[in-house]
Ligand binder design. Structure first.
Ligand code: CP
Length: 345
């Protein structure tokens, strides 16, 4: 899906070389509209937020006077809570709305809900929705900034950016260039995989998607045609995928999105594709293990692998706060007076 309301902004070569690219996106609907310079800016801003989080009082006035509404139509722990913590760390006013307790249950449309939230003073809207594309519709009617916290099977941009930040922090030299990164599991239903394909290939990773063929449908064609010169490999051969891998991300088997017949059984999936210590022997000895969560331990990832010293799963969660602080900060700058929001001290 391409962004209808937020065209990619390509920084000039000079800006990229100087590292001075400026953020010019009003919304964050997915990562496919971000340039490499944009991604680098998010990473650098996240470093700054990381420094803020290391202070005795991890709070700055950058978004004082800004109202952030968090509207989730689907369950969430990590994304919802970390957006709330991030916004509060930036001194924003935060309103939480669970669709299950709102007038949505009385038949109110998404558009009416978004207009109501804006009338109540929201400047920024963080939303999750079970329907792919819902945040794009919200962005058409909302006067402020929309941040996608996950829409259907389509995209999860903040997850992809925090995954990237976590990988950069662990890989020698902080670079993904030429690194073999494997995404293993239920790729078909995964918005995390779809967003990660864009960011990881943008940063030069050698990306492999692996899972049962029924859960890879459509991705072979995408890989074959490439995407703006980016290439990745799609395979059902878990041994080939994991061989010498620098990083592997296990994906949750999304039982709630699974139509009948895609998997014989969870037990068979675990036996053939579950990420176990035995399977990880084929990978680099320093392999980095990721999982976006929530995990089905014993299905896509063995419990001992989840807590293995090579696992960065809790670091992913922690980095989610800094990345979301960075994104709120950058997006706020596209519709607020810069002088009033630049305070990080
Ligand atoms: N990774 C992720 O989106 O987790 P939540 O569903 O808990 O937000």
């Amino acid at each position: 899906m391409t962004t209808q309301v937020d065209r990619p902004v390509v920084a000039s070569d000079a800006e990229q070389a100087a590292g001075s690219a400026r953020w010019a996106h009003r919304h964050l609907l997915d990562v496919d509209g971000l340039t490499r310079a944009d991604i680098d800016l998010v990473m650098r801003t996240t470093d700054e937020m990381h420094e803020v989080l290391g202070r005795p009082i991890p709070k700055v006035p950058a978004l004082r006077g800004t109202s952030v509404t968090i509207l989730f139509y689907e369950a969430s722990t990590r994304t919802r809570v970390s957006f709330e913590v991030a916004a509060k760390n930036l001194s924003a006013d935060v309103v939480n709305i669970a669709a299950s307790t709102s007038s949505v249950t009385k038949g109110e449309s998404l558009v009416d809900t978004v207009r109501t939230i804006e009338a109540l003073g929201a400047d920024m809207l963080v939303m999750r929705h079970a329907v792919s594309g819902a945040p794009y519709l919200a962005a058409e009617v909302f006067g402020g900034s929309v941040l996608n916290g996950g829409d259907g099977w389509h995209g999860h941009p903040t997850q992809a950016l925090l995954d990237l930040y976590t990988l950069r922090g662990r890989l020698p030299g902080g670079s993904l260039e030429g690194r073999k990164v494997v995404i293993l599991g239920d790729v078909l239903h995964s918005r995390v995989a779809r967003s990660n394909i864009w960011t990881l290939t943008a940063m030069g990773a050698d990306l492999w998607l692996c899972g049962p063929t029924t859960l890879l449908r459509g991705f072979e064609a995408w890989a074959a045609r490439g995407a703006a010169g980016r290439r990745f490999t799609v395979t059902a051969d878990v041994g080939a995928a994991l061989r010498d891998a620098d990083a592997v991300m296990a994906l949750r088997i999304q039982r709630e999105r699974m139509a009948g017949g895609l998997l014989p059984s969870l037990r068979e999936y675990a036996a053939r594709y579950g990420l176990t210590r035995e399977r990880l022997r084929a990978a680099s000895p320093e392999v980095i293990v990721l999982h976006p969560g929530p995990m089905n331990e014993g299905v896509e990832i063995a419990p001992d692998v989840a807590v293995d010293p090579r696992s960065v799963i809790t670091a992913q969660v922690a980095n989610g706060v800094a990345v979301r602080m960075a994104l709120l900060y950058l997006l706020a700058g596209t519709h607020h007076d810069a002088a009033s929001r630049r305070e990080l001290s």
